[in-house]
Design a protein around this ligand. Structure first.
Ligand SMILES: *Cc1c(COP(=O)(O)O)cnc(C)c1O
Length: 433
């Protein structure tokens, strides 16, 4: 034992090895030292030979200084909350990279003076949504929850927010929109019933204490049968501000999602403020988008809490590139043709079968997920593998996450970029037993 220990290379020697020295530059000393120490310990325990310590340390280096790992999302859920919701487009990623350094986020390079923060993103949104009448009709905060919080702080402190009982939504991870707005010091005034709310339910509740009427899209559930809710066009005739939380962030209607509300339609129907998420169907970074009346938005921007809810330069960069640039992945996934998905699944299954994997192409159903378009089924295609591939694929590099259905691991191609097909094939091949 002592003899073996004497042959284990010392830490300073190991850190001087060219590949490990380079890794110190890329990853920092602590991460490399942990890998080195772990390898030395394995040698001490007799699990590897002292000569293998360098290779073991190199092999166990993390690929990046962040512990977040790259995941190929093969779940068929377009906006997967646990996988970071919308993946950014290449254009947005490039913008983030540029903005990551020093950047003119609130600086005018022509005259060297301070400029409006994030004006590029505001301008892109205002152009994409002419209904708002320019950049003063747009504001961006940390997420949609923050957008609603700001509305409650500014429009209803100590006052009532009127909401239909059919729209008391829990958005996920046990966060509820009613709790969110009341945490800002507003009171909730619930009206109507779970399945039906009439205009008179709202008008009966109006009074001097009313802050605003809140209309929330039930984005993750559906109530069917004997139902009715009051449309924005009728609520907007009431003499109080109407805030409409559309949820998933479509700027305009989408033909595949006829029941999903969009900002342009809500504004045209008379909403005073529309709120939405940036990282659901808009396909951008996490952000809360506020559109609407210029005077109301000015009040929102000037509230002290606006500073606490503001977004950083990386978000602004990604948001602008998402809105101005090429279609983001979520939108391409949504529009993908099922025959093309099927052809890709067949090809991948054929290649894998040739390599000895029990793989076949199957038809599946994908979903928007993430609090959007509940009940919408998107026809899709997947590569079906035996169930025991699921854990091995999750632990691979890149990690691949599919879904397990009736004893099979399905890799749904609706949420995989066609350019990633080869990496998917290689990831599965590496998991062969
Ligand atoms: C997702 C969602 C929210 C919360 O949005 P975040 O951007 O996650 O804060 C609020 N309202 C509705 C209707 C939603 O679907």
């Amino acid at each position: 034992m002592t003899d073996v220990r004497r042959h284990i290379p010392r830490t300073d020697v190991l850190l001087g090895e060219p590949r490990l020295a380079k890794a110190v530059d890329d990853l920092g000393r602590d991460l490399v030292k942990s890998a080195v120490t772990a390898a030395q310990n394995r040698a001490r325990a007799g699990e590897i030979a002292p000569e293998a310590v360098v290779e073991e340390a190199v092999a166990s280096l993390p690929t990046s200084a962040s512990s977040l790992r790259e995941v190929l999302n093969a779940t068929g859920v377009l906006v997967h909350t646990n996988l970071g919701r919308a993946p950014l487009s290449a254009a947005a990623l490039k913008a983030v990279r540029t903005a990551g350094g020093s950047t003119d986020v609130e600086f005018d390079l022509t005259d060297g003076r301070r400029a409006r923060r994030g004006r590029g993103a505001l301008d892109a949104l205002a152009r994409a949504l002419p209904e708002v009448g320019g950049v003063d009709g747009v504001h961006v905060v940390n997420n949609n929850a923050a957008a609603l919080l700001l509305c409650a702080l500014v429009l209803a402190p100590g006052k009532e927010i009127i909401i239909s009982r059919g729209e008391l939504v829990e958005i996920g991870d046990s966060f509820r929109i009613p709790d969110l707005v009341t945490s800002a010091g507003a009171r909730l005034r619930e009206v109507g019933a779970t399945n039906r709310t009439r205009l008179s339910d709202y008008t009966d509740a109006l009074g001097p204490d009313t802050g605003f009427v809140l209309k929330v899209h039930p984005s993750n559930f559906r109530v069917t049968g004997f139902t009715s809710q009051v449309p924005v066009s009728r609520l907007s005739r009431l003499d109080v501000p109407v805030v409409v939380d559309i949820g998933s962030g479509l700027l305009r209607p989408h033909p595949r999602l006829p029941d999903e509300p969009d900002a342009a339609t809500a504004l045209a129907a008379g909403a005073d403020v529309v709120t939405a998420s940036g990282d659901k169907l808009l396909g951008g970074p996490q952000a809360g988008l506020l559109f609407g009346d210029h005077a109301l938005l000015r009040r929102l921007r000037r509230h002290p809490a606006a500073r606490a809810l503001r977004v950083d330069k990386l978000t602004l960069a990604a948001l602008e590139a998402t809105v101005r640039g090429p279609e983001p992945p979520v939108r391409r996934f949504l529009d993908a043709d099922v025959d093309a998905l099927r052809a890709r699944a067949e090809r991948i299954a054929t290649v894998l079968t040739r390599r000895g994997v029990d793989a076949k192409a199957v038809s599946t159903t994908a979903a928007v997920g993430g609090g959007g378009a509940p009940g919408v089924e998107l026809p899709s295609a997947a590569v079906s593998l035996s169930e025991d591939y699921a854990p091995r694929l999750r632990l691979g590099e890149p990690a691949v996450v599919g879904r397990v259905e009736r004893g099979r691991c399905l890799l749904d191609l609706r949420t995989v970029e066609p350019e990633e097909d080869e990496r998917l094939v290689e990831a599965v091949s590496r998991c062969m037993s």
